[in-house]
Design a binder for this molecule. Sequence first.
Ligand code: GDP
Length: 293
Amino acid sequence: MFESLQEKLSRAFKTLSGKGRITESNIKEAVKQIKLSLLEADVNYKVVKEFIKSVQEKALGEEVLKSFTPDQQFIKIVRDELIKVLGEKKVGLNLSGSPAKIMLVGLQGSGKTTTSAKLALMLKKEGKHPLLVAADVYRPAAVDQLIQLGKQIEVPVYTGDRKDPLKIVQEALDEAVKNVHDVIIFDTAGRLHVDEKMMEEVRRIAEIVKPDEILMVIDAMTGQDAVNSAKKFNDELELTGFVVTKIDGDARGGVILSVRHVTGKPVKFVGISEKMDGLEYFYPDRIAGRILG
Ligand code: GDP
């Protein structure tokens, strides 16, 4: 991810080197190139427009610092704006509930089941005692997949009758209290497209569970489609953040650079491999660093 964006941006910055100061005419070409690179990386056009506007305003409004050359200063402005679009700081989980309850929602294939288990392992390593709940009963393999992953990471999985998600989540809450689990992670049903039936079920699960976190899992490879479905989910549910999966693939980066801006909710984690340890907290400055090289 980001390889080609990085390449194109560094080419854009080259047009600036050797310039004595930042002027509208000498950043024009670089700004144009940045705009094109972001659009080609599948970044939402509104995000690109605002990004470019604020880079231009900052670049022209600032005195060039003595310790920087104009091109270095311009790169710094772009970097700062990238960090801003990405959300400035790492946003952790709200685990204040006792037990803390985390619901994972999203479309089928986005990586929800895998992410549920990865998150359980991460929290276990942080000293928690998680319980996984298999509430995705429509994709038959999902329950077995979660059982398998649970075995692998040595975290118990509650499956109930494998039929009625509302009953399963209610029972899981009792089970968690009985067995002193301090975090419960609910893997809920996804479908191929956003539809009313799925939303209704997820909403009803949320009413029963009263989650501390509702994280939507989105696949970086699906580009602006992922951002559009993120917007739909966020309109329907009280999302608290996103997990962007498969950033190890050759996705162009548009999802990561757009989703927070479009929904107002932070990316909290990224999926960086299929393996159980392939989940990381999302650090905007590190991602900006990767984009700029
Ligand atoms: P679900 O339908 O949303 O529950 O999706 P799954 O958890 O079954 O994931 C779908 C596929 O994506 C599986 O083959 C996962 O191994 C894979 N996957 C999930 N997250 C990642 C990731 O961060 N990187 C990569 N490379 N593959 C992932």
